[in-house]
Design a protein around this ligand. Structure first.
Ligand code: SF4
Length: 323
């Protein structure tokens, strides 16, 4: 294993809940609850789970768009939580984010040349206007867009093209890590594959690491080397993407995998339908947080929290029954 680019240690993110008729003032949403993982340079780690499981908050906390409540985020050996001012700004250039809704994340009143150029201006990466224009054109070419369209506005592009503009903006500052937050879920299926392939090509060319956040396991499996499965703010299973998808150990991962469509008409795989909804992260269940929906729960699951333990080299599962 090479040295980690990013190490997340025991990270917690909690949000206070406004007091109301049915809530106490001391309540907190436990969005991220004691999460640890690492990403190597040039690696893609997929983060998957249902909506509301905390994965977007985790992605944002990693790049300090959200302040962690506890824990460490160590990037290139430096704890980001302790950095301030110029030192934090210098590190910020090295991690970027691509957002789910490419239209909402682009200023509708700015031309593409300025949306991308602004990132160059903030970090003083273009010494003059000619260098700025050339760099913007080169970035547009890198993401498969026509450089002569640099003067256009976001509404003049399709959804897929707008996501390419978002990727060009992230690439402008030559980051080492990009958090991709559901980057294809708002796009047509045919366009999704193009964007995923583009991200992969750019990774090979520039050696960028990705934290790829998505609810769609089929997409995550396609691009990731390793996968983190998240449920109610916690990681419940991690491992090599192929191993996790071929032989999921945690009952929640098994349910997610069973929902991925299969092309083979002779496949005997049965869909596992989980009972009930995801419990509230304000009052998560005691014991294993998955126990109210788990089809194989035992009595101890209601009281004993399962540790995320290694079941095989590179494989960790938070379930009392996992082998
Ligand atoms: Fe299910 Fe128990 Fe395993 Fe939790 S610990 S996933 S409830 S079997």
């Amino acid at each position: 294993m090479s040295e980690a680019l990013l190490e997340v240690k025991s990270l917690k993110v909690q949000f206070p809940v406004e007091a109301g008729p049915l809530t106490r003032s001391k309540d907190f949403v436990r969005a991220v609850d004691d999460v640890s993982f690492s990403i190597e340079p040039g690696e893609t780690v997929g983060l998957v789970g249902e909506s509301g499981c905390g994965k977007t908050t985790l992605g944002r906390a990693v790049i300090r768009l959200v302040e962690p409540t506890a824990g460490q985020v160590i990037f290139e050996g430096q704890d980001l939580a302790r950095l301030k001012g110029a030192a934090l700004r210098a590190q910020r250039r090295k991690f970027q984010m691509i957002f789910q809704d490419p239209y909402a994340s682009l200023n509708p009143r700015a031309r593409v040349e300025n949306i991308i150029g602004e990132a160059l201006d903030i970090h003083h990466l273009a010494p003059n206007s000619t260098a700025r224009r050339q760099r913007v054109e080169s970035l547009l070419k890198d993401v498969g867009l026509d450089p002569s369209h640099a003067h256009r506005y976001p509404h003049e592009f399709s959804g897929g093209q707008r996501q390419r503009i978002g990727i060009a903006r992230a690439l402008a500052v030559e980051p080492k890590l990009i958090v991709c937050d559901e980057p294809v879920s708002a796009l047509d299926v045919s366009v999704q594959a193009q964007i995923v392939n583009l991200l992969r090509d750019l990774q090979q060319e520039h050696g960028i690491a990705y934290l790829f956040v998505a609810h769609d396991l089929a997409v995550v499996r396609h691009i990731s080397r390793r996968i983190l499965v998240m449920y109610l703010g916690r990681i419940v299973e991690t491992g090599e993407a192929r191993a996790v998808c071929q032989s999921p150990r945690h009952p929640y991962t098994q349910a997610l995998i069973s929902a991925v469509p299969v092309v083979d008409p002779n496949s005997k795989r049965q869909r596992i339908i989980l009972a009930g909804d995801v419990p509230s992260p304000i009052h998560p269940p005691a014991g294993c947080p998955f126990h109210p929906r788990c089809p194989v729960a035992e009595a101890r699951c209601k009281t004993e929290v399962p540790a995320l333990r290694e079941t095989a080299p590179g494989r960790r599962v938070a379930c009392h029954l996992a082998k």
